[in-house]
Design a protein around this ligand. Structure first.
Ligand code: F6P
Length: 359
């Protein structure tokens, strides 16, 4: 039997997943003469009885380059180290290792965000499963790489939303608040907000002062600009009155109780401004649909390089983009969240253009 390599997608989907699967499979089949085994729904496909795995041949990856989602399916609930079974939450990582061995699979190519890369690292260290990582997430918040595929597609959707909201905001002289994804990081908000010319951009990394935001709206009004576009990241919250930093779970509680970042902002602005306000939560539109060309290219570069890493036996590494070059980093370095750098050039650009960041 020749070399058999498994591939799976984990966590939330992102435009470009299929482009990675296709690139990896084409290189593996046509250049390296391997067998590629697609595993369904992240690690679940290896744990279910019967196992849900299938060989990916030329036909399986035909016509999927521009297709959104993932032909393999995915889940963000299938952590083998904390797996939900009828008998409660269990560590079933040993079963993943058994399945890999029994199927004659040499190792796994794991396409996912920080959660999935953390699982990949643990599988390698604690269960002896060889893993190569490929960074994915629309949030662009994975350490170890300058960029994840899916991000630019999400930014495109959010920017188009800002453009569309701007004309209706101006016509009605309203304050439009657009809530975008990004989980605990503000990369989508910052990039789309700057691309769409938003007046206010609020990030999870910088707790905001609602008074500053309302002053900006008043200032615009005084200059005859009777509408305002605010982009708020889904994790952004007002600063605590005593300046205390909230823990992650406190932040999540606040956001849940307040109905989300856009609602909280609007309630903070009520009574401070007279203009009508409307909120729009863009949600999963940012994750669906075709990848933009730059994501298709990045995904293919990542997929092809993942095959190179397998070929060279460099298990335990994740492909990455560094200063325009496709390289790799140890999974240990990659399995962390990368937040917006408040001293970085994008934040400086926003400040230099007089965009209100709320803090
Ligand atoms: O990590 C990607 C992401 O889309 C985040 O931006 C968002 O917070 C989360 O996933 C939404 O997850 P779900 O699809 O489970 O609602």
């Amino acid at each position: 039997m020749g070399r058999r390599v498994g591939i799976l997608t984990g966590g939330g989907d992102a435009p470009g997943l299929n482009a990675v699967i296709r690139a990896f499979t084409r290189r593996a089949l046509f250049k390296l003469d391997w067998t590629v085994i697609g595993i369904e729904d992240s690690f679940d496909g290896l744990l279910d009885h019967p196992r849900r795995i299938r060989e990916l041949d030329r036909d399986a990856v035909k016509g999927i380059l521009a297709l959104g989602g993932t032909i393999l399916g995915t889940t963000n609930k299938g952590d083998p180290f904390a797996y939900h079974t009828d008998a409660g939450v269990q560590d079933v990582s040993g079963k993943v290792a058994d399945a890999v061995r029994e199927e004659g699979i040499e190792g796994l190519v794991v396409i996912g965000g920080d959660g999935t890369q953390k699982i990949g690292l643990r599988l390698m260290q604690e269960a002896g499963v060889p893993v190569i990582g490929v960074p994915k997430t629309i949030d662009n918040d994975l350490a170890g790489t300058d960029r994840t595929f899916g991000f630019q597609s999400a930014v495109d959707v959010a920017t188009e939303a800002i453009d569309r909201l701007t004309t209706t905001a101006e016509s009605h002289r309203r304050v439009m608040v657009l809530e975008v994804m990004g989980r605990d990081a503000g990369h989508i908000a910052l990039h789309s907000g700057l691309s769409g010319g938003a007046d206010v951009i609020l990030l999870p990394e910088l707790p905001y002062d609602a008074e500053r935001v309302s002053k900006r709206i008043h200032r615009r009004h005084d200059k005859g600009r009777l509408f305002t576009i605010v982009v708020v990241a889904e994790g952004a919250l007002p600063a605590e009155p005593d300046g205390r930093e909230l823990t992650l779970s406190e932040r999540k509680q606040r956001l849940k109780r307040g109905g989300g970042a856009a609602s909280i902002l609007i309630s903070q602005l009520e009574g401070r401004i007279e203009a009508e306000m409307r909120a729009m939560v863009l949600g999963h539109l940012q994750r669906g649909g075709s990848p933009v060309p730059s994501d298709r290219l990045l995904a293919q570069r990542f997929g092809a390089h993942a095959a190179t890493l397998v070929d060279e036996g460099r298990w335990g590494e994740m492909v990455c983009l560094r200063n325009g070059e496709i390289l790799s980093v140890p999974l240990e370095e990659a399995a962390h969240t990368r937040f917006v750098d408040l001293n970085g050039d994008m934040v400086q650009l926003a400040r230099s253009l007089d965009v209100e960041l709320g803090g």
